[in-house]
Design a protein around this ligand. Sequence first.
Ligand code: GLN
Length: 274
Amino acid sequence: MSLNLNEVVRLLAAGKIPSPRLEARILLENAGGSPYAEVSGAAEEKLRRQIERRLAHTPLDKLLGCREFYKNSFVVSEDVLTPRPDTEILVEAAIELVQQNNFAKILDLGTGSGCILLSILDDCPATQGTAVDASEPALDIARRNASLLGLSERISFVHGSWFEDGFLQKTGSGFDMIVSNPPYIPTADIASLEPEVREHDPLSALDGGADGFVHYKKIAAWAPLLLNDGGYILLEAGIGQARQILKVFADTGLTPVDILPDLSGTERCVILKK
Ligand code: GLN
């Protein structure tokens, strides 16, 4: 027995995987070099194991170990949040601001795979980045991505948490921009997320505390100390959170600049200025 496109589509569709044809093409391309390859032998064994894991709701990127985001492919693992297209709106807005203002130093709070900061640095060759994460395994993935994109020289990595008193000593200050996609799902909502997210993205990258705003509140406390005057903060927002985030920042002295929708019209990126 061997596996071909129709058979893989059939297996995925029988397991109620959305977009079975697209995913079958990607899996076959990965296994045999072409979506039309007939896969047999050791490659077929490997592909059958991947299909089994996909049917058990492992997301495709975590099966393959990589994911496209903005203009590049990023290494991913279960130690990092899967990069999502919703986040690309924040990256585009950040790049525009960095280029308009010739910003030199950017801080990424909760970098995960590094996809936000590395996408910005890749498009802004004169800019330096600092990537912070509380997870050492996540930082390892971000370091690999920096190296694969040839950006290691322009980025420094900090292992730390905004819940620590000494956070500012670890990160330094004088940043022109902060970018962040912090954990923002209210704890009680996590159980109802899709298994692909709930079981394969790290809980520490999802859990926003009881109200979903625990991390935004900490970031709001540090942001005025981290930013230069005239500097910006760009935050990803969960569904329905954008205007609440502006309220969290009300006493920081930062001024609201914009709220940008993602491609499905959700208010997704909050921008403030010091
Ligand atoms: N966007 C992710 C989701 O909806 C959550 C990411 C986050 O908490 N920052 O599953």
